[in-house]
Write a protein that binds this ligand. Structure first.
Ligand SMILES: Nc1ncnc2c1ncn2[C@@H]1O[C@H](COP(=O)(O)OP(=O)(O)OP(=O)(O)O)[C@@H](O)[C@H]1O
Length: 650
């Protein structure tokens, strides 16, 4: 947290808070501060309305050619939404689902089929990009930067000062790639992003400060259930006396209102085709304009059904001269989308488990994100937690307000508040035999710096490859490689002797920096794990699940490896020492016997190293034999020393 205090206030030090959402974005700032006796004011963070007088801005960008000037014209927000009717293929929405992702990720491939705009691959990085009809490519970060610039200008005009600093929110389960890409977007928008804050944490900050008196004395555990347009997050926080400590977090970076809309789209399509069987469904779904009308109607009826029990979608002359007229009941919608609602429960259970608490320990469940207005979601959550969720926060605004509060903390406008967030996945490196050596378990509080000492596995090794992985499994082959580098120039030494210090440094944005150095040679190398291979949500969940399921087996394998490595180092040491006795003791019978024993154990170790997965080979034999050998060798050395000193006597 020191880092946050070192930010110096400059001429224009206003730090705005931005919720960069999949569907809607919002910007907020700190208006009143230092009002109450604990240094906080209940109404300190406020939303800034945009130039249309709206408190949120659709996260949509439309790029058009001005026919009079021939120049590109960019529309943002509501104006861009209106362009969808006439310029559909150049109107980009929900691009947050693509940010920091590779083109060939499953989620991207799925979106290609349903998005009216083109999604292409950047040949160099393999990342997903969007393309306008004049074949110009833009990264999702560029699209986000246009939205961020619009929000920056909104704030600049309202505050009448040049706004340079911002805190931007991201889903808690965003990986490095997605976090970096979001920071890049801020930079492109001319903003210095002082902090990337997790959305549910920001929501908790806003909620907690509003209710600071309640949480002052005894504190409380709160769960933030955040289901927005494109992502789902769950975070468990402990709030006490201005300290907001995230206990655990989980989620799904590709689950949100868009998925609910897609289910309704398919249902309406089926109804339409049933009614009009001569219509070619394949041709219909290829018609991007028709599909866009269906998309809008689907979202509209979804929202309506949060307030009424039945509604009708009516689109005259929808396709081929046929009208679309479908009535949908709230109950039907609940059934159609139950599988999506259920998908949020598993991450909730995991977060509770990771926080090491029981469901009944939660004092308050805060609902954030537009989708939590759906009555069925509220009732499922109420049933799960056994208490009514708190719906007093504004689900569209609370994240931006929390971001502004974090901005206020960084600029010094808000005092006595400390925010402690966590890493979503376990981080570690590859060690001997493909073992995963974790340095930072998931849900470790950030910022964090941790160093561990490793060594070499081969005599005379002058370099090591440091491979950084994220995941929950015991072997790296089952986890995700997120970056690697080499440490070269190590002074040649027997294996096990060099002291290689590996340091993981995760900053408050959740961005990882890894460095390695060797003590005696003083060589040092480091990398920032950059956005080149982000984990997909499914990969994340799979890693966590597999990690739990295979923990026992992985532990056994790790213990085997540890035993073999120790024996290997011991034998190497003994071999070396024996060499020094070769001249004086080579004719000694005991020496010969021990030498043979060493060779036999060396052969056994080599076999075990090769067959590490074969649990039929009992590693305890290695332990017993090397222990016995060490004993005998020790005795023999004593004898050798005595012989050599008696030989030296006059
Ligand atoms: N009354 C309602 N009932 C059901 N869904 C709603 C309602 N109001 C808004 N939504 C849905 O909420 C979603 C938008 O929520 P929100 O603005 O919180 O998301 P976001 O911040 O843009 O997304 P994310 O946090 O996932 O990046 C949309 O899918 C929208 O259709």
């Amino acid at each position: 947290m020191l880092r946050s205090l070192t930010f110096k206030r400059s001429i224009s030090s206003k730090v705005i808070g931005i919720d960069l959402g999949t569907t809607n974005s919002a910007v907020a700032y700190i208006r009143d501060t230092l009002k109450s006796n604990n240094g906080l004011s209940a109404s300190s963070a406020v939303i800034i309305e945009n130039d249309q007088g709206h408190r949120t801005t659709p996260s949509i960008v439309s790029i058009a050619l001005d026919p009079t000037t021939g120049k590109e014209k960019t529309y943002v927000g509501l104006q861009a939404k209106r362009q969808q009717i006439i310029n559909l293929e150049n109107t980009f929405f929900a691009t947050k689902r693509l940010i920091g992702r590779k083109f060939n990720e499953k989620e991207v491939q799925r979106d290609i089929k349903i998005m009216p705009y083109k999604i292409v691959q950047d040949e160099k990085s393999g990342n997903a990009m969007v393309m306008t009809t004049d074949n110009k490519r833009r990264t999702p970060s560029e699209i986000s930067s246009i939205i961020l610039r619009y929000l920056k200008n909104t704030a600049t005009e309202y505050l009448n000062e040049d706004v340079k600093y911002a805190v931007v929110t991201v889903p808690a389960y965003f990986n490095d790639a997605q976090r970096q890409a979001t920071k890049d977007a801020g930079r492109m928008a001319g903003l210095k992003v002082l902090r990337v804050v997790n959305e549910p944490t920001a929501a908790a900050l806003s909620f907690g400060l509003k209710n600071s008196e309640q949480y002052k004395e005894n504190g409380g555990l709160i769960a933030v259930y955040d289901l927005g347009g494109g992502t789902f997050d769950i975070s468990i926080l402990d709030i006490e006396n201005g300290i907001f400590e995230v206990k655990s977090t989980n989620g799904d970076t590709h689950l949100g209102g868009e998925d609910f809309d897609n289910v309704i789209i398919n249902h309406l399509l089926d109804c339409f085709i049933n009614e009009n069987q001569t219509v070619d469904k394949n041709a219909l779904v290829k018609d991007r304009n028709v599909m866009q009308r269906l998309r809008e109607a689907s979202e509209k009826i979804k929202i309506e059904l949060s307030h009424v029990s039945e509604s009708t979608v009516e689109i005259p002359f929808f396709y081929d001269g046929y009208h679309l007229n479908v009535t949908l009941k709230e109950k039907e919608l609940d059934e159609l989308t139950m599988h999506l609602i259920e998908r949020t429960i598993e991450p909730v259970k995991k977060a509770i488990r990771d926080a090491d608490i029981e469901t009944c320990d939660i004092d308050e469940v805060i609902m954030v994100g537009g989708m939590t207005r759906m009555p069925k979601i509220r009732s499922v959550i109420e049933h799960f937690f056994g208490k009514k969720p708190n719906v007093t926060v504004n689900p569209d605004e609370t994240v931006a307000l929390g971001a502004a509060i974090q901005g206020g903390i960084l600029s010094g406008e808000i005092k006595n508040v400390l925010l402690l967030d966590v890493t979503p996945l376990t981080l570690g490196i590859e060690t001997f035999g493909g073992a995963f050596s974790p340095l930072l378990p998931r849900n470790t509080t950030i910022p964090v710096k941790k160093t561990e000492i490793f060594s070499t596995g081969v005599d005379g090794q002058t370099g090591v490859d440091i491979k950084v992985y994220q995941g929950e499994r015991g072997l790296v082959r089952d986890n995700k490689l997120i970056g690697d580098f080499s440490l070269k120039g190590i002074t040649p030494m027997p294996k096990g002797q060099p002291q290689i210090l590996v340091t993981f440094d995760v900053d408050a944005d959740g961005i990882i920096n890894v460095s390695a150095s060797e003590r005696s040679s003083g060589k040092e190398q480091s990398i920032t794990v950059i956005a080149n291979s982000g984990l997909t949500e499914e990969e994340v969940n799979k890693l966590v699940e597999e990690g739990n399921a295979n923990r026992e087996q992985d532990n056994i394998l790790r213990q085997r490896m540890d035993l073999i490595t120790k024996a290997d180092i011991m034998i190497s040491d003994t071999e070396r020492s024996f060499k020094s006795l070769e001249k004086s003791m080579s004719e000694d019978e005991e020496y010969k016997e021990l030498k043979q024993e060493i060779e036999a154990i060396r052969a056994m170790i080599n076999t075990f190293k090769k067959e590490i997965n074969d649990t039929k080979l009992d590693v305890n034999v290695i332990k017993k034999t090397t222990d016995a050998l060490q004993n005998n060798v020790f005795k023999f050395f004593k004898k050798a020393m005595a012989t050599s000193s008696s030989n030296k006597q006059p």
